[in-house]
Ligand binder design. Structure first.
Ligand code: GLP
Length: 241
């Protein structure tokens, strides 16, 4: 695992984008796993810039997002699907049919989740997964739990995640209580993982992820078992290491 402490959020975002770009330049039909949350917004800004400047071409790239709230249509302004369009997809030359975001309104989630796993496999597997981490250590929406979750599945969100994410909604009651997420196994099968973390509220989680035991109670700790992970931290997120 490579851990790089950056001067600030801007440098963290630049370095995460650079790590992604270097991989994307090796392969035209790259399969890119994407994340939501406030952390990757700066990384997306850098990728948009690289696309504009002609360095990165998304025309043959396929993307798969980590997760989505259950109960929100893709057009809902708090859905992760909507987020991805306003933060990235609207500004790059990606084909709409190559974009995959979990569907939060499935009639049968079990078969929908299986189909998502099949689509990732059919695309050749994830070349790279971009990750953030919830303040409780979740990756995607894999909440701290007693069991390792392998494939894409639905999950009940914890009170702490609902509270964290209520900043994007009018009130905590409006935050969906469940979500569909890639499993820890789906994430771990990505050939490369890039993670960015910033802010003092992530410091405890970052320490547990990098220095604590590998346990489903701290989902991000599984990254210690992955062969190719690059973690970019700002000084605040790295302050307890
Ligand atoms: C959500 C997403 C996670 C993301 C997390 C952190 O809960 N499901 O994938 O990592 O938010 O968000 P932020 O980057 O805003 O701290």
């Amino acid at each position: 695992m490579i851990v790089k402490v950056c001067e600030n959020y801007a440098e963290m975002s630049r370095m995460a984008a650079e790590a992604i770009a270097v991989e994307m330049e090796k392969k035209k039909n790259f399969v890119l796993g994407l994340a939501t949350g406030s952390t990757p917004v700066g990384t997306y800004g850098n990728l948009i810039e690289m696309n504009k400047q002609g360095r990165l071409d998304f025309s043959e790239v396929k993307t798969f997002n980590l997760d989505e709230y259950c109960g929100l249509y893709p057009s809902h302004d708090q859905s992760f699907n909507y987020f991805m369009y306003i933060k990235l997809f609207n500004y790059i030359n990606i084909k709409n049919e190559n974009v995959h975001v979990p569907f939060g309104m499935a009639a049968d989630y079990d078969s929908w989740c299986k189909g998502y796993e099949d689509a990732i496999a059919k695309a050749g597997g994830l070349d790279l997964q971009l990750l953030g981490m919830g303040s409780n250590g979740h990756i995607g929406f894999n909440e701290p739990s007693d069991e390792f979750s392998d494939i894409t599945h639905t999950v009940q969100l914890t009170e702490s995640t609902i509270k964290d994410n209520s900043r994007f909604f009018e009130c905590a009651d409006d935050v969906p209580k469940s979500a569909v997420t890639m499993g820890i196994g789906t994430i771990m099968r990505a050939r490369k993982i890039v993670m960015g973390e910033n802010g003092a509220n992530k410091a405890k989680g970052v320490k547990a992820m990098l220095e604590g035991p590998v346990t489903p109670r701290m989902p991000a700790s599984y990254l210690q078992n992955h062969a190719d992970v690059s973690v970019f931290l700002d000084k605040d997120a790295a302050s307890l290491l």
